[in-house]
Design a protein around this ligand. Structure first.
Ligand SMILES: *Cc1c(COP(=O)(O)O)cnc(C)c1O
Length: 842
C-alpha cells in the first residue's frame, strides 16, 4: 500500500533518508554541500534534497557509501543535526513542559517550502513559520493539515496578459512526506462518517525539525472516486466540497491527535476552517468520560484557542444550515441520549442561535468553542472586537473578548546569506531560538560598519537582478516569445538602481494597481535619468477574482511595453522561493491595503530582516511598527469613502516616493554611500526584526494563551470533570433564569470622600454567587473603559432575593459615565467568552 518508492540506501549513508525528509533544510543550509555533492545539477535545479536523493542511481549511492570525504561530511552534519534536535530550547528551559503537555495546531494550509505546495498565501506561510519557530524554541507543537493532490493553482500568463491556472499533480512520493506506519496496524488510516458511507483518510507526516506535521488525504483507492477528490484542491470547489474538507481537517485531524498524541492539551485553531476539531474534541471526551456533550464542551473549551485572520465579517467562512444538517448527524449518532441535538450544534455557528435561517459561520463556532480568541495584529484585535460583537449582544465592543498576538516571521527562513552574516555579528549564533523580542536597539555602527551594511544590500540587489532575469527569460521562453525578446531578459533591471518590490495576492482591497492610477507620474519616476527607479511585481489572483486578474493584466501590459520593460517586471507564479528572492533583494517594499482590511501582512517583515525598508499604508502590522525613523507611511490612516481614501493614498504614495524615498536613496557622500538611508536601515533592522520574529510571536502565544489555557483545562478535567459539570449546570441555570433579575434605581451618596453608590438588585431566581454587580463606564476618546465591582451589602427587607449592592467610585470620570450592570461570574470561567449574558440598569 505504501506508495513511497522503496529507497534502498547502503548502511553507511542510511541516515540521508531522515535528513532529506526533515524540512529543516528549508531554513538551515548546513547540509546544502551534501546534496550538491550527490548530484550538483539536480540540486541546483530543485534545491530539494528529497528529489536529489530519489534521483540518485544505485551506482552513485554505492560510490557515496565508500567515499571517505562524503562520509566525513555526512558525519559532521549528523552531529550538528543531533545537537539541534536534542539541545533543550527556550520552552524546556523555562519549565514549559510542566505547564503544557502539547499543542495541536490546525491549519487548512501550511507553507513550509516550495517543495511541499500545500499553501496559497499568507495564512499558510504563517502556519509554516509557526511550526519552524516552535521547533527552534522547543515548543511541543504538532501540526495538522491536508495533503492536497493538486494544491493551489500555479500561475501562467498568456499572450493577452491574462492569468492562466494550472494544477500540476503533486506526486506524494515526490514530496518530502512519508506515510505514518504503526508497528501493528501498518499505515494509519482514519475512518470518517460522511452521509451514507465511511471515507478513509490516509495519514502522512512531514518532519519540521523537532515538530511533526500530520497531513490527511482522501485519495485512497478504497474510497469512491468522488471521495478520493475531497482533498484534491486547496480553496477549489463549491461549499459542499469545502465543508467536507473542513470536516476532514477538524474531525479527522482531532482523531489523529487522539490516536497518536495523548499529551496534547491545547487545540489551536488557525482560522475558522478547522473549527470542527472543537466539536470532535468535546464528542470524544463525552464518549470516553460518559459526559453529556455540553459538559464535555465546558471541559474542553478551556483548552481551545482560536486565531482569527479575517478583518471583515464578509470574509468569514459560512455554510447553509441544510448542509450542516446533512453532515453533522454523526455527532448525535454516537452520543444518543447525551444531551446533544443537531440543531443545538448548528446554533453554535450562528450569531442568533434561535434564527434557523442564519447560515453556519465557522468563525462563530471557533470563537464560541474557544477559551481565548486572538487576532493577528493590534489593529486587527480592535477590528475583530467589532466584527465578533454579534456574539456578545449588549456587551460594549471594547469588552468583546478578542485579544491579539501580532504575527511574526521565522527569520532563518527569510534571511539572506548576507544578512545572516550581519545578524551573526549583532546577536551571535542561535539568536532566533530565544525570545529576542524585547530588544529594540538599532544596529550599531560599532558592530556593523556602513560599508558592510551597504555591501550586504548591494549583494542582495545584484542577486535579485540575476534571479529576475533568469525568471523572466524562462517565462518568455515558455510563453513562446521570439528569441530577440528572450535575449532582452538578460539586460533588464540595473543592479545599482533603487529597486521597489510589490508582491501579494491581487485582490481589490490590496490595491495592487495604486501606482498605476497616475501613469504620467509613474512614467516620470521611472524615467528620471539622475534618480532612476525600477520595480519588480508578482502575485496571483484567486481564480474567481476577475478584478484581481484585470489588475495583473495592467501590470503585464506595462511590463511588456518597450518603454517600461527595462524597469518594470512582472514575475509569474509567486511562491515561497520567489518571495525569498524578492524580500532579500528589494530596497523598498510597497504595500497599499485599504485600511483596515489587512489583518496583519507578513511579507514586509521578511524585508526588514534583510535591510529593506517598508513603505505602507498604516494597516495590519505596520500600524504598530511605523515610526518616522524606520520607514514611510502612505496616508495617515484616516478613513472615509473608498474613492476619497484611494485618491488621498495615491497622492501620498507619490509624494513619499518623490520627496522622501528617492532623494534619500540617492543622497550619497564623497565615498558613494547613502548615509541617511543606512541609518534608516539600522533603525528598521535593529528595532523591528526581533519584534516581528516568529520567536517573539511564539513566546507570546505560549505565555498569553497556551499556559493560561492549559491551567484552566486541567482544572476542568480533574476529578472526572467535576468543575466542568458544575459550570455547565451554572450556565444552564443562568441562561434560563437570567430574565428574572432586574436592577433598581441607584442612589449616589456624595459625602466628603469619593462618591458612594448604593443600588438595589433583585436577582429573581438567580443565585447571588453566580453573578457580579458592577459599575461600568465605556471607552471614550479621553478615557479607557472602567469597571468597578460593587459589594453585596445586605438583603432588602421584605424582598425575595433582593440585595443592596454598594461601592465607592474613585474615578476621575463624571458620574454620568457610569451605569450599573449584572454579569455572570464563576471562578475559572473565561468571561464573557464562555457565557456572554449581561443586564443593564434601565
Ligand atoms: C509572506 C508571503 C505571503 C504573505 O504576505 P502578505 O504581506 O500578507 O501579502 C503571501 N505569499 C507568499 C508566497 C509569501 O511568501
Amino acid at each position: 500500500m505504501v506508495t513511497t518508492p522503496l529507497l534502498e540506501l547502503p548502511d553507511e549513508i542510511a541516515s540521508l533518508r531522515s535528513i532529506a525528509l526533515d524540512l529543516r533544510w528549508t531554513w538551515s543550509h548546513e547540509g546544502d554541500a551534501l546534496w550538491g555533492y550527490i548530484d550538483e545539477k539536480l540540486w541546483d535545479r530543485t534545491l530539494n534534497p528529497w528529489t536529489v536523493l530519489q534521483g540518485a542511481s544505485r551506482e552513485r549511492l554505492k560510490q557515496l557509501a565508500a567515499d571517505k570525504a562524503f562520509l566525513a561530511k555526512l558525519k559532521a552534519f549528523e552531529d550538528a543535526r543531533t545537537e539541534y534536535l536534542t539541545t533543550p530550547g527556550w520552552f524546556r528551559d523555562a519549565g514549559g513542559h510542566a505547564k503544557v503537555g502539547g499543542i495541536a495546531y490546525f491549519s487548512m494550509e501550511f507553507g513550509l517550502g516550495s517543495s511541499l505546495p500545500i499553501y496559497a498565501g499568507g495564512l499558510g506561510i504563517l502556519a509554516g513559520d509557526v511550526l519552524k519557530s516552535a521547533s527552534d524554541l522547543d515548543i511541543p507543537v504538532v501540526g495538522i493539515g491536508l495533503l492536497y493532490q493538486e494544491g493551489y493553482f500555479r500561475q501562467l500568463i498568456d499572450s493577452a496578459g491574462m492569468q492562466l491556472e494550472t494544477y500540476p499533480y503533486n506526486e506524494p512520493a515526490a514530496m518530502p512526506v512519508e506515510p505514518v506506519i504503526l508497528p501493528e496496524d501498518g499505515w494509519l488510516r482514519i475512518g470518517l462518517e460522511l452521509p451514507g458511507r465511511i471515507v478513509y483518510l490516509r495519514v502522512w507526516k512531514a518532519t519540521v525539525g523537532r515538530v511533526t506535521l500530520y497531513l490527511l488525504d482522501s485519495n485512497d483507492p478504497v474510497n469512491s472516486p468522488l471521495d478520493r477528490g475531497i482533498t484534491a484542491k486547496l480553496y477549489g470547489g463549491g461549499p459542499e466540497l469545502r465543508l467536507m474538507q473542513e470536516i476532514v481537517l477538524g474531525v479527522g485531524g482531532w482523531r489523529v491527535i487522539e490516536a497518536l498524541h495523548p499529551e496534547v492539551e491545547i487545540c489551536h485553531v488557525n482560522e475558522g476552517h478547522a473549527a470542527f476539531a472543537i466539536i470532535e474534541r468535546a464528542r470524544q471526551l463525552a464518549l470516553k468520560s460518559n459526559l453529556d456533550f455540553w459538559e464535555a464542551l465546558w471541559a474542553t473549551r478551556a483548552g481551545n484557542l482560536f486565531t482569527t485572520h479575517t478583518p471583515v465579517a464578509a470574509g468569514f467562512d459560512r455554510f447553509p444550515a441544510d448542509l450542516l444538517r446533512k453532515y453533522l448527524p454523526y455527532v448525535e449518532g454516537a452520543l444518543h441520549g447525551r444531551g446533544v441535538k443537531i440543531d443545538d450544534v448548528i446554533a453554535l455557528g450562528r450569531a442568533d442561535p434561535s434564527n434557523h435561517d442564519e447560515a453556519f459561520n465557522m468563525a462563530f463556532l471557533a470563537a464560541r468553542g474557544s477559551g481565548i480568541t486572538i487576532g493577528v495584529s493590534r489593529l486587527h484585535g480592535e477590528v475583530s472586537r467589532r466584527i465578533f460583537q454579534p456574539l456578545f449582544p449588549r456587551w460594549p465592543s471594547c469588552e468583546v473578548p478578542v485579544g491579539y498576538v501580532t504575527n511574526g516571521v521565522h527569520i532563518p527562513t527569510w534571511d539572506s546569506t548576507g544578512s545572516d552574516r550581519i545578524w551573526n555579528k549583532v546577536y551571535g549564533k542561535g539568536r532566533w531560538r530565544t525570545p529576542t523580542g524585547k530588544t529594540r536597539e538599532p544596529v550599531s555602527p560599532d558592530v556593523i560598519s556602513d560599508e558592510e551594511l551597504w555591501s550586504m544590500r548591494g549583494e542582495g540587489r545584484q542577486r535579485l537582478v540575476r534571479y529576475a532575469r533568469q525568471h523572466l527569460s524562462r517565462q518568455l521562453r515558455e510563453g513562446g516569445f521570439s528569441l530577440d525578446e528572450i535575449r532582452r531578459a538578460d539586460t533588464v533591471l540595473d543592479p545599482n538602481v533603487l529597486t521597489l518590490g510589490f508582491a501579494r495576492r491581487f485582490t481589490e482591497y490590496k490595491r495592487p494597481n495604486l501606482l498605476l492610477r497616475d501613469l504620467e507620474r509613474f512614467d516620470k519616476l521611472l524615467h528620471n535619468a539622475a534618480f532612476p527607479v525600477q520595480i519588480v511585481v508578482a502575485g496571483k489572483a484567486h481564480p474567481a477574482d476577475g478584478v484581481g486578474k484585470e489588475m495583473i493584466q495592467s501590470w503585464i501590459n506595462l511590463a511588456r511595453n518597450p518603454r517600461y520593460r527595462h524597469h518594470v517586471l512582472f514575475l509569474e507564479d509567486y511562491d515561497i522561493s520567489l518571495a525569498q528572492e524578492l524580500t532579500q533583494g528589494v530596497d523598498v517594499w510597497i504595500n497599499t491595503p485599504r485600511r483596515p482590511w489587512e489583518a496583519c501582512g507578513t511579507s514586509g517583515m521578511k524585508v526588514l530582516v534583510n535591510g529593506g525598508i517598508n513603505c505602507s499604508t498604516l494597516d495590519g502590522w505596520w500600524d504598530e511598527a511605523y515610526t518616522d525613523e524606520v520607514g514611510w507611511s502612505i496616508g495617515d490612516g484616516s478613513g472615509g469613502a473608498a474613492e476619497d481614501v484611494d485618491a488621498r493614498d495615491i497622492q501620498s504614495l507619490y509624494e513619499v516616493l518623490e520627496k522622501k524615498v528617492i532623494p534619500e536613496f540617492y543622497d550619497r557622500d564623497s565615498t558613494g554611500l547613502p548615509r541617511a538611508w543606512l541609518n534608516r536601515i539600522r533603525e528598521s533592522m535593529g528595532r523591528l526584526t526581533p519584534q516581528f520574529s516568529g520567536a517573539r510571536m511564539m513566546t507570546d502565544y505560549v505565555e498569553q494563551a497556551y499556559y493560561p489555557l492549559a491551567k484552566t483545562v486541567r482544572e476542568r478535567l480533574k476529578d472526572r470533570c467535576a468543575e466542568a459539570k458544575a459550570m455547565n449546570q451554572w450556565a444552564r441555570l443562568l441562561h434560563s433564569r437570567w430574565n428574572s433579575l432586574h436592577i433598581g434605581q441607584p442612589v449616589i451618596n456624595q459625602n466628603d470622600g469619593a462618591p458612594h453608590v448604593v443600588v438595589p438588585v433583585y436577582l429573581g431566581e438567580v443565585e447571588p454567587g453566580s453573578v457580579r454587580v458592577e459599575m461600568f463606564a465605556d471607552q471614550t476618546a479621553e478615557h479607557a473603559p472602567e469597571v468597578i465591582m460593587l459589594h453585596q451589602e445586605h438583603p432588602i427587607v421584605g424582598s425575595t432575593n433582593g440585595y443592596i449592592f454598594a461601592g465607592a467610585i474613585s474615578s476621575p470620570r463624571p458620574l454620568e459615565d457610569f451605569t450599573v450592570r449584572v454579569v455572570p461570574y464563576h471562578p475559572g470561567a473565561h468571561l464573557p467568552a464562555e457565557l456572554p449574558l449581561i443586564s443593564w440598569q434601565k
